[in-house]
Design a binder for this molecule. Structure first.
Ligand SMILES: [Zn+2]
Ligand SMILES: [Zn+2]
Length: 490
């Protein structure tokens, strides 16, 4: 059994011959139920990985087949069926119940083994539907016997012997058909039976031989068990026959598993293995594979491409942020941090914001948003949080970063408020207040040009409202406003 390269506990459903990699049902690109599965890495068409690729032939794992009833709930089911049949002493119809129970359980063993399960199924699987199976099995056997009789009488003795041989050989085939197709009419259809037998080929005969030996040994064992202790003997006989029943059906199921691609069961499994995924889930599966392949650039590219189309997608934005920060990629952070923080703020994700900002600073210690709006909003967030030193740092040199931006005035208004909260910053607060006043005076008169230039750089003759110089120019006698000082406040 091969396992998915990216999910070591998942059985492989596909194989990429280009990459020489096995993948599970999630690790492939299948946009629609009908579309072909493609490799996430090389985009080549994937081959369906049938059990036949890697399955050990059933005759080479007989020892495992005998151990099978002791896995999962197998042993419990056998004991339960045996106790039920012992209760038949008191109430005879319990024998029927026991048969129905173990029959249903055995059929489930066949079905689940055929699907590649190596553990005996849950005992609950045997709770219902056993009686119908018993009736169907009886029906199959009765119809078989009747057909053989009719052929022997009306066609002739040689044809009758041939019919008996076919009937005996077809019993496992009809049980397999009944279990897998869940159709009584398919199970009694001799053409279907023949098709199944010839598809498996000679190993089918071998399977019949093994099953007959097992049936024979059940008989032999019941002869060997002493008749002296009658109740004990019934218990043992019943337990042994239940045990063999589970083993036999498991073997039939395994034969089916081994030849699944030939028998066309892969196609059925195929429907199950194409999960109905949203585009977002597909993207995440794709990225997950690329990340495990170490192709981070391609993973980031896919995420960014998605975010271009779906800029409000928090889930993907979070995922990309996580990827970039775990890669400690300052380069990618430069182009993504603003966008992500903006989205967090727009969605009022304060908790995530509180976590994300320190993560950015770990990689990029002097990070400040590159966009005026984001930087202002982030400062506001820090201010509301009561983190005034960080607010001041965020607002520092705002006009230098965004010389002609409308956000400068509100930013410095906030700076004034911030400085009032920081002890020893009174002087700076006064200076910023003056700057704010100047900006306010300036705004209405130049309302049309406000957007383009609040004229930090425009030198007017008398009193140049040059903010970058204003502290120096205006307060020549004072020390120039030392933004650096803000950083040393507690
Ligand atoms: Zn996988
Ligand atoms: Zn590939």
């Amino acid at each position: 059994m091969e396992y998915c390269k990216y999910h070591p506990l998942q059985g492989a459903s596909y194989v990429c011959h280009q990459c020489n990699v096995h993948t599970c049902q999630d690790c492939n690109r299948t946009e629609h139920q009908s579309s072909e599965a493609r490799c996430f890495v090389c985009n080549d068409t994937l081959s369906v990985q049938g059990g036949a690729f890697t399955a050990t032939p059933f005759w080479k794992r007989l020892n495992k087949a005998f151990k099978y009833p002791f896995s999962g709930n197998g042993f419990a089911a056998i004991i339960a069926a045996t106790l039920l049949s012992c209760l038949g002493f008191i109430m005879p119809w319990f024998v029927l119940l026991a048969s129905a129970f173990i029959t249903k359980y055995s059929f489930t063993c066949l079905q689940q083994t055929a699907m590649g399960q190596t553990q005996a199924p849950d005992i609950k699987e045997a709770y219902g539907g056993g009686l119908l199976l018993l009736i169907q099995i009886t029906g199959i056997l009765l119809i078989g016997i009747a057909s053989v009789t009719v052929i022997a009488i009306y066609v002739g003795p040689i044809a009758g012997i041939a019919a008996i041989c076919f009937f005996v050989l077809s019993i496992p085939a009809s049980f397999i058909l009944l279990a897998m197709e869940e159709s009584f009419f398919k199970a009694i259809n001799p053409l279907k039976q023949l098709q199944l037998m010839t598809t498996i080929g000679w190993p089918y005969l071998f399977l019949c031989l093994i099953l007959m030996i097992m049936l024979g040994s059940v008989e032999a064992l019941s002869f060997m068990i002493d008749d002296n202790m009658e109740s004990m003997s019934i218990f043992l006989q019943s337990a042994v026959s239940n045990y063999y029943s589970v083993v036999m059906y498991h073997l039939m199921g395994y034969a089916l598993f081994q030849y699944q691609d030939k028998l066309g069961f892969v196609a059925e499994q195929d429907d199950v293995t194409k999960p109905d995924r949203t585009d977002q889930q597909l993207l995440q599966a794709n990225v997950s594979v690329l990340v495990k392949e170490g192709d981070y650039e391609k993973a980031i590219k896919l995420y960014r491409h998605w975010l271009k189309k779906n800029p409000r997608d928090m889930v993907i934005s979070d995922a990309l942020f996580k990827l970039i920060t775990s890669l400690k990629s300052k380069q990618h952070l430069t182009s993504f941090a603003d966008q992500h923080l903006q989205l967090l703020m727009d969605n009022q994700q304060e908790f995530k914001l509180g976590v994300s900002l320190p993560q950015i600073k770990l990689i990029w210690p002097d990070y400040k948003p590159q966009q005026a709006k984001v930087r202002y909003q982030l400062a506001k967030y820090l201010f509301d949080k009561g983190d005034f030193p960080s607010t001041a740092k965020m607002l520092k040199d705002f006009h230098k970063a965004f010389p002609n931006d409308q956000q400068v005035l509100p930013a410095y208004k906030m700076m004034v408020e911030t400085l009032e909260f920081i002890p020893g910053m009174d002087k700076q607060a006064v200076k910023f207040r003056a700057v704010v006043q100047k900006l306010e005076q300036q705004q209405p008169s130049e309302s049309r040009a406000v957007k383009k230039k609040i004229s930090f750089s425009t030198h007017h003759a008398d009193n140049p409202p040059n903010l970058s110089l204003s502290p120096k120019v205006e307060d020549e006698e004072d020390k120039p406003l030392d933004y650096g000082q803000i950083e040393f406040t507690p």
